[in-house]
Design a protein around this ligand. Sequence first.
Ligand code: SF4
Ligand code: SF4
Ligand code: SF4
Length: 375
Amino acid sequence: MDPIEYQGNIERFLCEKATINHTPINAILELTPLCNMNCDMCFVRLGPEEMRQKGRLRTTEEWISLGKEMCDAGTLFVLLTGGEPLLYPGFRETYTALKKMGMILTVNTNGTLINEEWADFFAKHTPRRINITLYGKDNRTYQKLCHYPEGFQKTIKAIRLLRERDVDVKINGSITPENIEDLDDLFSIVERMGVVWKFDTYMYPASREREAKFDDRSRLTADDAAAARVKLIEKREGNENFSSFARNFIKQGEAAPGDYIAPTVKCRAGRSSFVINWQGMMRPCVMLSSPEEAVFNIGFIAAWKRIVEKFGTIRLSPKCNACTMREVCQTCAACAKLETGSYGDMPGYMCQYTEQTLKLMKEALAGKQTIENNE
Ligand code: SF4
Ligand code: SF4
Ligand code: SF4
């Protein structure tokens, strides 16, 4: 999961170089765990009382001072998130200060708080992009999944307000048992709005600072998640491109076996990317609670060095490295750790999800070919 999207080859090159050199170019700052919604599958949200028991929000001055250290260390891309980041009292001040430092900013929000005033703010201080999560096709699904019935109307209004002001918006979505029935309507909504979208069907079973363990009922079974994934791919590729995409996917999913060795982490986590949560704990990845370092106590550079060192010792499953489906599988360090309790084990849910995706891709391709032959 790459939370930050790059624009063009220069940015990609910069990030790849940063990953080789262990330069912390990508930051995710979780300004607050508070949120006005309460989604079933959330792994971050805390209520005000829960938050007080676990710590305090860091001040605007602390974030801005940390931003300066990040800037000096080479951080360029910053994702501001939460909880709901617009609830952080010093959001505007922190945001504008980071922007003045030259950071390229993206904001993750549920959108429900964005009114004319917020939209004007973002129009004046333009972010790279605002990612808005759309949880369902109407207020009924928002009630079921997010326990916030008026969420749908508010989110749609936010998207409209931002787009009227030429602020770049992307719609994200998480497909769960509560909104799987909405999939076709969600497609119609994003198509009508003409926005970039990305819906995920795999849910990491993370619980982070929350007391309650991840509830498996809040995600789809691996088979249902795979079916939704294939449907999403069909939608994204359209009739013209699906067959060639599927053929390529199937070919990649039947690679020659790799070496039976335990590899190091392959993504940017702890190599050029880091997260700092609302308490001020630096971690390599948003899904994980460890390793972690208290960045406001020991300083940015010291915390980053320790994260690089600790996460660099992690070894992933040799079975995954040898697996013929590895090129189309979404497994990663966080997936293995959260699914199995160990970085080095093979996550069974992910195996089933990948295997079923491949099977359904083959069936969908065969179906398309039969239709084409009959035309
Ligand atoms: S470990 Fe997994 S979830 Fe974390 S950043 Fe890497 S790919 Fe994304
Ligand atoms: S909107 Fe996001 S942060 Fe808030 S409860 Fe839902 S998933 Fe969690
Ligand atoms: S998680 Fe399963 S399918 Fe994915 S690479 Fe590992 S063994 Fe293969």
